[in-house]
Design a protein around this ligand. Structure first.
Ligand SMILES: *[C@@H]1O[C@H](CO)[C@@H](O)[C@H](O)[C@H]1NC(C)=O
Ligand SMILES: *[C@@H]1O[C@H](CO)[C@@H](O)[C@H](O)[C@H]1NC(C)=O
Ligand SMILES: *[C@@H]1O[C@H](CO)[C@@H](O)[C@H](O)[C@H]1NC(C)=O
Ligand SMILES: *[C@@H]1O[C@H](CO)[C@@H](O)[C@H](O)[C@H]1NC(C)=O
Ligand SMILES: *[C@@H]1O[C@H](CO)[C@@H](O)[C@H](O)[C@H]1NC(C)=O
Ligand SMILES: *[C@@H]1O[C@H](CO)[C@@H](O)[C@H](O)[C@H]1NC(C)=O
Ligand SMILES: *[C@@H]1O[C@H](CO)[C@@H](O)[C@H](O)[C@H]1NC(C)=O
Ligand SMILES: *[C@@H]1O[C@H](CO)[C@@H](O)[C@H](O)[C@H]1NC(C)=O
Length: 731
């Protein structure tokens, strides 16, 4: 058990990873070589006589010769796109790959699950103007670990009847009941409790961030007290429980199949595969492409694998990929040593101090060398040493090892931008302060310390990007800027499942109705909330237009990114909901544009027609060089190292501001590189009018810098339409 605690602490920045480290792999196939595969078949054929299920069965008949087909076919996707999941062996898989109608075959993997003051900080105060009628027609699809339907955040007081367009069902299982707030619920094979009820807390938390009702006087044990609410409190929520401790790929695809057909408006998905994957083998990319066709924007967390480059997991251009930033609220904790010196550390520690100072003892998990059974070798588990004391640990595992043996608290050496919940006097110090406390401990005969209950302070440096937030550049399509946007994802208070765990105490039924969590999982519903807010004012805007509006109006994010372009951490910047309603110009992208991009990316006509269900005009003349010309509201320009370059990149903007308006281009200059916009002035005579322009970038061979960031701003004096430009030397 002790070992688990150690593992747990090393993963402490990943909320769900905590839980994951406790379980074994859930899927086991019936024989050794067989496993669960997803067979993706693109769009549904339009003929009325077509029956997806009989087609799926007849395909399987050919590869399995009738052996137990019904038991091996796990799910059929047949409402919004075509495909199925099935248990196959290698031979059967190989046969399927070449068959007519099959676009891709890939193993079903398991995804990891990756208020509030945060909405005020973003400039969306409670008093804000709302497109209330439209907002209450919005349905947000939540793909997660389910929801706790009885949470106050999901009460339906004052909400009208369910929108007429809704075609979903309330099939939550067990005693799960819907209301006029939670209007749909589905669960998929393998769901804990055979119900859409959230046993883990994550889904309840994210759902309340995006669409929770306003609840007064909420706090975490007295900390951060205030009113919590979601971004669009009048919207409706449809729950698709695809995750338990992990989330199965084939369930995610099934949820997309249902949600699109049910009539959701925005899909917010906080899950990500461990590694970024090619589009046709990525269920979120596949599902969200078909959602985009129907005008539904899918918002996805970037992942919690930062701060290294190319760790972003959300890569498709039709996804809205969100990284996590801090808000201006920080949880700090104070340590007072016996010599009167005080230090400020991080933690969400709810234990008040009565003024007593406790002895400090040093114990490092590392010094146990993996042996957590003998107190002689591992001081952290030596009851005589640690009982009734505060342990000082240079690594994060020491505290967790010592608690079961009577340690009352801990001082850990752990620099992080988030604070973690603890029900003990315990805090994290940065390594400089830790060293000072360690010197005090070694140089004093009876070293003692008092740790106060946490406090909430204002952080004037916010927003900063969280270190855990996954970074670009895009590992699959480097020409497409990722992440797109950032939003609050650090220390967010929102609703919780009473059955969910709390962290360092590893109490599994913590009975907490509200809790503080962090992750791109918390940032994602903030961005989804903003997208829903924009959609409530502009119901006719395409998913790309909503994305563009939010990206080009984003606020700057500060930070130190070393050699990397900061945009690869925060995208276009932090969401700015009020301004996003009035972007002036938008960079729109149609389904045909995406098809052209897939063609340029290298998919041939046959594949593109299967995926899109439309005739493809790309004729297989793939030209990777043109991928950059997709009308993305952010520009990445790849150039060869140590070579002169002269690159043109095309864009088209649509006027959604004033009918009669003129916009001039401004470029942020960069040394030794010339960036020109032609034409420099765009004049519009009407709304929805489109104008095209070219950005020409030239530079020399000499510089060995690998990344440059600049920006393009179109301004009519009222609207400033900003796009980041990144020039990246790429071999
Ligand atoms: C529904 O059942 C769950 C257990 O599955 C239980 O925890 C919960 O309290 C029940 N809720 C109601 C309203 O009965
Ligand atoms: C939104 O997406 C985030 C991150 O991808 C996820 O954690 C969260 O559960 C989702 N929320 C909803 C309401 O779907
Ligand atoms: C992800 O990539 C790493 C490194 O390439 C590899 O070790 C790991 O097995 C991959 N994970 C999955 C789920 O494919
Ligand atoms: C403070 O709490 C500690 C441990 O809970 C207890 O031993 C001590 O007597 C208390 N001191 C006072 C002054 O109440
Ligand atoms: C504290 O942690 C840092 C790494 O984060 C490490 O370099 C340093 O050695 C640690 N200090 C002690 C005293 O263990
Ligand atoms: C596209 O590629 C597949 C093989 O990947 C091939 O079977 C098909 O004929 C190709 N289609 C065209 C139009 O070239
Ligand atoms: C449009 O603006 C220009 C200059 O700002 C002005 O001369 C012209 O009359 C305006 N046209 C209309 C239709 O308002
Ligand atoms: C780039 O070139 C300069 C001199 O031309 C050199 O001092 C520097 O170390 C080089 N940097 C890298 C990262 O190669």
């Amino acid at each position: 058990m002790a070992k688990h605690h150690v593992v747990l602490f090393f993963f402490v920045s990943l909320v769900l990873a905590l839980i994951i480290s406790f379980i074994c792999d859930a899927t086991k196939s019936d024989d050794e070589t067989s496993q669960l595969y997803i067979v993706y078949m693109g769009s549904l054929p339009k003929e009325a006589s077509y029956s997806p299920t009989s087609h799926h069965l007849s395909i399987l008949q050919e590869v399995m010769y009738g052996s137990d087909i019904e038991n091996r076919l796990v799910q059929s996707y047949k409402r919004s796109f075509n495909g199925f999941s099935v248990i196959l062996n290698d031979q059967q898989r190989e046969k399927l790959v070449g068959m007519k109608g099959v676009v891709s075959v890939f193993p079903s993997q398991e995804y990891h699950l990756q208020t509030t003051r945060s909405w005020d900080f973003l400039g969306l105060p409670q008093s804000i103007k709302r497109g209330k009628t439209v907002e209450s027609d919005l349905v947000i699809g939540v793909f997660d670990s389910g929801i706790w339907p009885e949470s106050k955040s999901f009460n339906d007081k004052g909400l009208g009847p369910i929108p007429k367009k809704w075609r979903g069902v309330c099939a939550g299982g067990g005693n799960f009941s819907c209301n006029n707030k939670i209007i749909g619920a589905r669960w998929y094979p393998g769901s804990e409790g055979e119900s859409a009820r959230d046993q883990f807390g994550h889904g309840t938390h994210v759902a309340s961030i995006v669409g929770g009702r306003k609840i007064k006087d909420v706090s975490y044990h007295g900390l951060a007290k205030g009113t919590i609410r979601g971004g669009v409190p009048s919207s409706r929520i449809a729950v698709y429980k695809v995750c338990n401790l992990k989330c199965r790929d084939d369930n995610i695809l099934a949820a997309f199949d249902d949600a699109i057909a049910d009539g959701v408006d925005i899909i917010n998905i906080s899950l990500a595969n461990e590694n970024a994957t090619e589009f046709l083998k990525d269920t979120v990319a596949i599902g969200s492409f078909h959602a985009m066709e129907k005008g539904i924007l899918t918002v996805q967390g970037a992942g919690n694998f930062g701060p290294n480059p190319s760790t972003i997991l959300s890569v498709a251009p039709w996804l809205f990929s969100v990284s996590a930033t801090t808000t201006d609220r920080q949880f700090i904790d104070k340590l007072i040593l016996g010599n009167g010196k005080t230090f400020i550390g991080k933690s969400i520690n709810i234990v008040p101090s009565n003024g007593t100072k406790f002895p400090i003892v040093v114990c490092n998990a590392m010094s146990c060398h993996g042996d957590y059974t003998s107190p002689e070798k591992c001081p952290c588990i030596d009851k005589k040493l640690v009982n009734g004391k505060i342990v000082l640990s240079g690594d994060v595992g020491g505290g967790a090892l010592a608690y079961p043996h009577g340690a009352i608290g801990s001082i850990l050496n752990f620099t992080n931008d988030a604070s973690f919940i603890t029900h003990r006097p315990s805090l994290n110090l940065d390594s400089k302060d830790f060293d000072l406390v360690q010197s005090y401990t070694y140089s004093t005969k009876y070293p003692v310390a008092e740790i106060l209950k946490s406090d909430v302070v204002q952080d004037t440096t916010a927003p900063k990007i969280a270190s855990f937030s996954s970074r670009g550049p895009n590992p699959i399509v480097p020409e497409i800027m990722k992440p797109d946007i950032s939003a609050p994802g650090v220390d967010i208070l929102a609703a919780y499942s009473p059955n969910g765990p709390i962290l360092d105490a590893v109490i599994s039924n913590a009975n907490e109705k509200y809790i503080i969590l962090r992750g791109t999982s918390m940032a994602c519903p903030h961005a989804a909330g903003v997208a829903a807010y924009v959609k409530s004012f502009h119901p006719d805007w395409s998913p790309a237009a909503i994305k563009s509006a939010i990206m080009t109006t984003a606020k700057p994010v500060i930070g130190n990114y070393n050699d990397m372009a900061g945009e690869f951490a925060y995208g276009s910047g932090n969401v700015n909901p009020q301004q996003a309603l009035h972007p002036g110009l938008i960079y729109d992208i149609t389904k045909q544009d995406y098809m052209q991009m897939l063609c340029n990316f290298g998919y041939n006509d046959t594949k593109i027609e299967q995926i899109s269900g439309e005739k493809s005009s790309c004729h297989g003349d793939s030209n990777r060089y043109l991928v950059k010309d997709i009308n993305y509201p952010a520009l990445v320009i790849l150039v060869r190292p140590h070579k002169r370059f002269n690159v043109k990149i095309h864009r088209t903007v649509t006027n959604v501001g004033s009918p009669n308006s003129s916009y001039t281009a401004t470029i942020t200059p960069i040394p030794k590189i010339k960036i020109k916009v032609v034409p420099k002035l765009l004049s519009f005579k009407s709304l929805h009018e489109k104008q095209s322009f070219v950005v020409i970038v030239t530079g020399g061979a000499k510089s060995n810098q690998t990344m440059f960031s600049s920006s393009l701003v179109w301004s009519d004096g009222t609207h400033n339409v900003k796009s980041p430009i990144i020039i990246q030397r790429f071999s």
